[in-house]
Ligand binder design. Structure first.
Ligand code: IVH
Length: 679
């Protein structure tokens, strides 16, 4: 490849990977499989090695983890959380072993082999034995503070156990100790969560890992608590004592014993391997048991057992030299596409789904596979009649990997999205990668999904309004919008199948009980495009009522830290619609009163200020400064507009400072800022 082509390809790959990162980590909704992602990342890494000067300053290969949401506070890790190199082939594992032995100048090395959990890596920090903080991996250096959510996981000890009776060595718990491990959602729980999501008209999680990620990052810890997560520990770091302090375990095996003694769950199938043969045997046995385990695993992790040798081998930027992930081959089978149907979701999004000739993919019958969107179908050129490879990569929603073009029958046609909604017949409009039904809540598919979402837990939480009841209410035209729910009478309910006096009373009581939702839940329940729990929380906190939202213009909405132009646009469109207002009025008429929690107390020396930070700070990070400004009552904006009242500028401030000067805004430096927050 020549330089110009390489430049283009590198730019394209970097952008593409960043988008996937955002979908994966930011939205928990990946649109490609891990394997396809790895292919992109590998191609980029190879090109960057060949043309180092073309590597972009923000190349996705530079980071270990990825983009983070804004809603959680960011916290640095006790020590970086690295990733592991993934190997698929036995020969690659042999090479790994050869490199290790060469590095240590030894003929044989003992390995500690464990299952590779397919969850979310977490750091837990203990101070003198007490759990003080927990975070996601984030970008490897800094993660998201999810302490409150983690506290709800029963397998996370809130205090490290000292010595239990009969145990030989009392593990020391003094100082700062970081315990690493994986938050997982057991299969059974996962199926349950997805069932509930589907019932609520939401999209299910694609796999258990996404479900775990989505669950530990819930803004409402009660939701985390309700989902039965487990935490398996596999690693520890002593921050102050130093890894090789006397009390530190000498081997990985001992480390797991200490973790168990402290009170953590540690996977019991881990084994000491005398050499490569044992490693291969472990891997094979684990794969055979894979489907019987309580949770998803996607391979084995092979670690040099002696910790001093680990230290000798050290690490590269993304991964240690003393450990690798030895993955299982993907679960792929071949089958035929019988049809491609198009489903319509709550937001009107059309999703093409391949109906397959049922095929058994390692123990699970697969009859459908999502094709995501038109671009995906076009890229893979999947057609009705095609023979395809389907994969289940720890995913419940299997996917079509590729078409076996040689086996394509004559006369097939490329797939195109319908011009009309398959449910209501309204015109379909394309927005970015997606096709949308334009009929809004007049489309029965959208209305049904909308109502499911409205009544679901986390939203209005109306117990007893299950899928069947909603269907009947819609079929009998007793409900045409969400407000109608609160205008239902016992007589209406009596006309539903299976509704006797008791169930009527219960549902009426549940409706009544749901009339005082928290404002953020109410906003979330409305099902405004792009408004999930996080954005609803931001809006509720900022506006503290529905009325001010009617008034909010686009500019004002965008000034809220964490709300971008797309979201602002959707919120603005929603509240300016006369139809929406009518529905809201009827909800309020029926006695629905969203509740606004009391404002946090404490001095608010910056109350009423709208602030922008630009340039660097010396005594604290920008997020820290913004948090302090917010708790002092300020609101943080990300762009300079006339409404901004205070700009904090540090070294390196650029166009924002110019813009502030042009508008004649008050600009202060870090020192003055510190004085003002202090009050
Ligand atoms: S040890 C420096 N052990 O896999 C090595 N990691 O792809 C630290 N993982 O980020 C990791 N099971 O989240 C280790 N038994 C296990 C694991 C494991 C799953 C995850 C971990 C890591 C990722 C790397």
């Amino acid at each position: 490849m020549n330089r110009a082509d390489a430049r283009k390809r590198i730019e394209r790959l970097s952008r593409e990977i960043q988008e996937h990162d955002q979908r994966y980590y930011g939205e928990d909704r990946p649109t490609i499989s891990d394997a396809d992602y790895d292919v992109l990342l590998r191609e980029l890494t190879a090109l960057e090695t060949e043309f180092p000067n073309l590597k972009l300053p923000d190349s996705p290969t530079l980071r270990v983890g990825s983009a983070m949401r804004t809603a959680f506070k960011k916290v640095p890790h006790v020590a970086p959380m690295t990733s592991l190199d993934s190997l698929m082939a036995a020969d690659d594992v042999r090479e790994f072993d050869a490199r290790v032995r060469k590095g240590l100048e030894l003929d044989a090395v003992e390995y500690w082999a464990e299952p590779k959990f397919d969850g979310l890596s977490i750091e837990l920090v203990y101070e003198d034995g007490v759990f003080v903080r927990g975070s996601t991996r984030g970008n490897g250096e800094v993660g998201e503070d999810i302490t409150e959510n983690l506290r709800t996981i029963r397998s996370i000890p809130l205090r490290l156990r000292k010595r239990a009776a009969g145990e030989p060595k009392a593990p020391v718990t003094a100082g700062t100790i970081s315990v690493r491990g994986e938050a997982l959602i057991p299969r059974m729980e996962f199926e349950q969560v997805n069932k509930q999501l589907i019932e609520a008209g939401d999209e299910p999680f694609a796999n258990a890992r996404n479900a775990a990620a989505g669950t530990v990052r819930q803004l409402d810890p009660r939701i985390t608590a309700s989902r039965g997560l487990s935490f398996y520990a596999y690693e520890m770091v002593f921050a102050h004592a130093g890894l090789f302090a006397e009390h530190a375990p000498e081997t990985q095996q001992q480390a797991t014993e200490v973790l168990r003694a402290w009170g953590f769950l540690v996977e019991r199938s881990a084994r000491l391997c005398a050499g490569l043969d044992d490693v291969f045997a472990f891997h094979a046995a684990l794969e055979a048991r894979r489907e019987t385990l309580e949770f998803e695993i996607d391979g084995a992790v092979i670690k040099v057992n002696r910790r001093d040798w680990q230290h000798t081998l050290g690490a590269r930027s993304r991964s240690p030299r003393w450990a690798v992930a030895y993955k299982f081959p993907p679960r792929v089978e071949i089958t035929r596409v019988l049809d491609i149907v198009v489903q319509v979701g709550r937001t009107g999004k059309l999703t093409p789904v391949a109906q397959l000739e049922p095929v058994n993919v390692s123990g699970v019958t697969v009859a459908r596979a999502t094709l995501h969107n038109q671009d995906e179908v076009t890229r893979k050129d999947v057609r009705v009649g095609d023979t395809v490879r389907v994969r289940r990569a720890g995913d419940v929603i299997p996917e079509v990997v590729e078409v076996i073009v040689d086996r394509r029958p004559r006369g097939t046609e490329p797939f195109t999205m319908p011009a009309k909604c398959p449910v209501c017949g309204a015109p379909v409009q394309r927005e970015g990668a997606y096709h949308l039904c334009t009929n809004g809540l007049a489309c029965p598919a959208q209305l049904e999904g909308h109502i499911h979402h409205f009544v679901s837990r986390g939203a209005m939480d109306i117990v007893g309004l299950g899928g069947k009841t909603v269907r009947q209410l819609l079929d009998l035209k007793l409900v045409r919008d969400i407000a109608d729910l609160y205008h239902l009478t016992p007589i209406d309910l009596a006309s539903l199948e299976g509704f006797a006096e008791k169930s009527i009373d219960n549902l009426m009581a549940a409706l009544e009980a749901s009339k005082r939702p928290r404002l953020d839940r109410f906003l979330y329940a409305l099902g405004i495009e792009h408004v999930g729990g996080t954005v609803a929380g931001l809006l509720a906190e900022h506006y503290r009522g529905i009325e001010p939202l009617y008034e909010a213009d686009l500019e004002a909405l965008q000034e809220i830290h964490g709300i971008g132009p797309e979201v602002a646009e959707a919120v603005h469109r929603f509240f300016s619609s006369p139809r929406t207002r009518k529905v809201l009025d009827r909800l309020f008429q029926a006695g629905v009163r969203p509740q606004v929690p009391a404002k946090p107390r404490g001095p608010q020396p910056l109350a009423g200020e709208i602030m922008v930070f630009t340039g660097s700070l010396e005594t604290m990070t920008r997020p820290e400064a913004q948090r302090r400004a917010e708790s002092a009552g300020a609101r943080i904006a990300s762009v300079i507009t006339r409404r901004v009242t205070l700009v904090v500028a540090g070294p390196g401030a650029g166009s924002k400072l110019d813009e502030a000067a042009r508008l004649g805004l008050t600009v202060i430096d870090e020192r003055q800022f510190l004085k003002r927050v202090a009050g």
